[in-house]
Design a protein around this ligand. Structure first.
Ligand SMILES: C=CC1=C(C)c2cc3[nH]c(cc4nc(cc5[nH]c(cc1n2)c(C)c5CCC(=O)O)C(CCC(=O)O)=C4C)c(C)c3C=C
Ligand SMILES: [Fe+2]
Ligand SMILES: [Fe+2]
Length: 327
């Protein structure tokens, strides 16, 4: 039986900020990864197939085969305090609490722990009357932001406002541009800068999901802030799942092509990920770096996510303040 979470007291006023990320397994083991994937892949926002079709495939093929394989990948990036996504999200929430002392800042995950619904109820039971939910997704997608809204809207007795996206927020754009500039000042610039975003099925964009358009707008703003010419960067999409077409161009195909064209050093940044996680540290910085070298490249230089950098925390704190002020 689930034990009710203790109330989270709201220190100053009765408003809380709840930072929400995707979620991650509790341990780098097949059992923990299976629990996480089962929750994730049962979400209709993520996989909308009828359950008659999807559940047998999920329970008898995907979960048993994928969980042990993915657990090994998590084991390769696991940090002392846990999964990178969990560690960095908690640190970012702490950095926000320091900047917003009059609000109770908490963090939660859409899948896994700390669970979004439970955390919202704990805030309510601790005296919070309203909460600003800040999903750590700069670009809106039905597969991510809307799924957070589904859960948040179902909690009764607390007023919930959700930040829909911040893909063109000036502070966030400046923070991403500043981190790229800082990396290149220290390590030198590769021949090309690849902006790699998590993909979604093309079908969803065709049905009106604004995600691709927001990724494009974000990248145009970041490239402009860096003063880059159009031939100095590319936008690609990573982390495909399943067989249908996802947003293109694909990151791995592009890296193969670039290596084939003779490029030796490519810088890769992932501005759609607020904090480092499996998809950046393993897929990009390990797997895709290996792929690039295998096709003749010398080095894929991965530029870390903003994580709990002061510029990131400042930008998000300012977004929270403005949202609460109704601006
Ligand atoms: C099944 C379809 C998936 C969609 C649609 C999807 C969209 C999507 N995901 C993120 C951010 C992250 N995804 C992460 C891991 C991950 N994503 C999927 C599948 C879909 N994502 C899976 C099955 C997994 C788990 C790993 C695996 O089995 O391959 C992560 C990292 C989590 C971690 O623990 O580190 C993030 C972050 C976005 C932003 C997005 C749509 C825009
Ligand atoms: Fe099922
Ligand atoms: Fe994903």
């Amino acid at each position: 039986m689930a034990v009710p979470a203790p109330p989270i007291p709201a220190p100053g006023g009765d408003t809380a900020l709840l930072v929400v990320n995707l979620g991650t397994p509790a341990a780098p083991t097949a059992a923990a990864v299976r629990r996480y994937l089962a929750e994730f892949l049962h979400d209709y926002r993520v996989v909308a197939l009828t359950r008659w079709l999807w559940c047998p495939l999920l329970h008898f093929a995907i979960l048993p085969l994928r969980s042990p394989r993915v657990a090994k990948l998590y084991a390769g990036i696991w940090m002392e305090g846990g999964s990178p996504l969990a560690v960095h999200t908690a640190r970012l929430a702490q950095a926000l609490q320091q900047r917003l002392p009059d609000l109770r800042v908490a963090h939660a995950m859409r899948y896994g722990e700390p669970a979004l619904g439970t955390t919202l109820r704990s805030l309510r039971d601790g005296g919070a009357r309203s909460v600003l939910v800040l999903p750590l997704y700069p670009q809106y997608s039905t597969t991510t932001t809307a799924s957070v809204v589904d859960v948040a809207a179902a909690v009764e007795g607390i007023e919930v406002q959700v930040v829909q996206d911040y893909h063109l927020d000036a502070g966030w754009v400046a923070a991403v541009a500043g981190s790229i500039r800082g990396y290149r000042d220290t390590h030198g610039s590769g021949e090309l800068l690849l902006f790699s975003f998590h993909g979604i099925p093309q079908r969803l964009v065709d049905a009106g999901d604004p995600y691709q358009a927001q990724c494009r707008a974000s990248v145009a703003a970041i490239a402009a802030a860096l003063g880059l010419e159009d031939d100095q960067w590319r936008l690609t999409f990573q982390s495909r799942f399943g067989r249908e077409p996802w947003l293109q161009p694909y990151t791995d195909h592009t890296l193969r092509e670039l290596a084939g064209q003779g490029l030796k050093h490519v810088d890769v940044v992932c501005p759609g990920f607020a904090v480092d996680c499996l998809e950046t540290l393993e897929e990009i910085a390990l797997q895709n770096a290996e792929l690039f070298r295998a096709h003749g490249g010398e080095a894929l230089r991965y530029i870390p996510c903003l994580n709990d950098a002061p510029e990131h925390a400042e930008a998000l704190a300012s977004i929270a303040r403005r949202s609460l002020d109704g601006a």
